[in-house]
Ligand binder design. Structure first.
Ligand SMILES: Cc1ncc(COP(=O)(O)O)c(C=O)c1O
Length: 357
């Protein structure tokens, strides 16, 4: 049961000029308002409010700046043809947010109230939701530790916020395969670490490998496990799937990869279609062997940003492995079309995944 929190609204008197919705870049434009909610140990959550989007003031000693006690989420709102607003499995993001909070010794949010506040914020910002094919309103809930204290200890004060950003179509000219370098030097996470939490440090530590791969023309890296550098984990901000000899395989949830909501939905969709799908350990050697035997039919990443991102090539030990001749495979295309149609309300939603505002 949701606790009875009050949501205060302080709306701005003037709205910003909107950016050109046909030229939106990811994460560069923000709407007129944001949601803020404070936590103080001994008091709990208080002062839930929707206020004008603005810079925030923090003590330079705030824990978040020094020891990275922060978690975030990412999801999207879509405008349907008949002008309805749809969210995709938002309760899953709230649940994952609290799982991340656990790992970072941060307090739980009331998931139901946070979702209520999110819906209210979107209602206020409704005309910021772009309507063109593939566009959406990206939603970024996050929490920061705000205690002014330099000791390494969980903060006693936090702020939870939600900001919104209209985003353009991920694929401007149809779904496009990406080239991915398998990372053999750096690792993203280790068993027992924070890999399965959506926390800033995981992303900060991934930048170096992406920078190095980018210099050779690879947009993303495929991470291997931190212990043996043998088993496949995930891509930058996507989980990874392979189709080998008619069967779809994806790395099992081992504590060091993020439990993607798109991943979960793809597995449920494949089961619904009776396409065999298995979650297990997959070594890079197995993928290399399947490639040489001609049984590696498709590979694709899954995540909120791109939904499905087909992989056209893997670079591994200086060898370029072209997947499906560098083209989008039929399964990736079918999954992309189905999932995006459910998300934007074009197709029926037999799973009850979408939430109407
Ligand atoms: C590290 C990582 N893995 C996987 C994903 C995919 O998760 P989701 O499908 O919930 O967006 C994301 C994006 O949130 C991510 O940051």
């Amino acid at each position: 049961m949701m606790k009875d929190y009050t949501l205060e609204m302080k709306l701005c008197s003037e709205r910003k000029e909107k950016p050109q919705f046909d030229r939106l870049e990811f994460g560069k434009n923000f709407t007129d308002h944001m949601f803020m909610w404070d936590y103080t140990e001994g008091i709990g959550w208080h002062d839930a409010r929707i206020v004008p989007y603005q810079p925030i003031t923090l003590d330079p000693a705030a824990t978040v700046f020094h020891y990275g006690q922060t978690v975030f989420e990412g999801l999207k709102a879509y405008l349907t043809k008949d002008e309805q607003v749809l969210l995709f499995r938002p309760e899953q993001n709230m649940k994952r947010f609290n799982r991340s909070n656990d790992r970072l010794c941060m307090p739980h949010i009331d998931e139901e109230f946070a979702l209520h506040a999110l819906k209210e914020l979107i209602r206020v910002e409704r005309d910021w939701i772009p309507s063109a094919e593939g566009t959406s309103l990206y939603i970024r809930p996050f929490m920061i530790a705000t205690d002014a204290y330099l000791g390494v200890a969980p903060s006693k004060k936090y702020t939870f916020m939600i900001i919104l950003s209209p985003v353009g179509a991920y694929y401007k000219e149809g779904i496009n395969p990406v080239k991915i370098a398998v990372e053999s030097e750096y690792v993203r996470a280790v068993a027992g670490g924070t890999g399965n939490a959506k926390t800033a440090g995981n992303y900060a530590s991934s930048l170096k490998a992406s920078e190095v791969a980018g210099k050779s023309g690879y947009s993303q890296v495929l991470w291997l496990d931190g212990r043996e550098k043998k088993y496949i984990e995930e891509v930058g901000s996507m989980n990874i799937f392979f189709k080998i000899n008619g069967e779809v395989v994806t790395p099992e949830l081992n504590g060091s990869i993020l439990e993607g909501i798109t991943r979960k939905s793809i597995i449920e969709l494949l089961n619904y279609w009776n396409i065999p799908v298995v979650e297990r350990k997959i070594s890079i050697d197995e993928i290399h062997q399947a490639y040489h035997e001609g049984t590696l039919e498709e590979a694709f990443g899954t995540g909120t940003a791109a939904v499905i991102s087909p992989v056209g090539e893997f670079l591994w030990n200086n060898e370029k492995m072209a997947i499906n001749n560098g083209e989008t495979g039929p399964l990736a295309k079918k999954l992309y079309d189905t999932l995006t149609s459910i998300q934007n309300g074009k197709a029926p939603d037999p799973f009850g995944w979408t939430v109407r505002l």
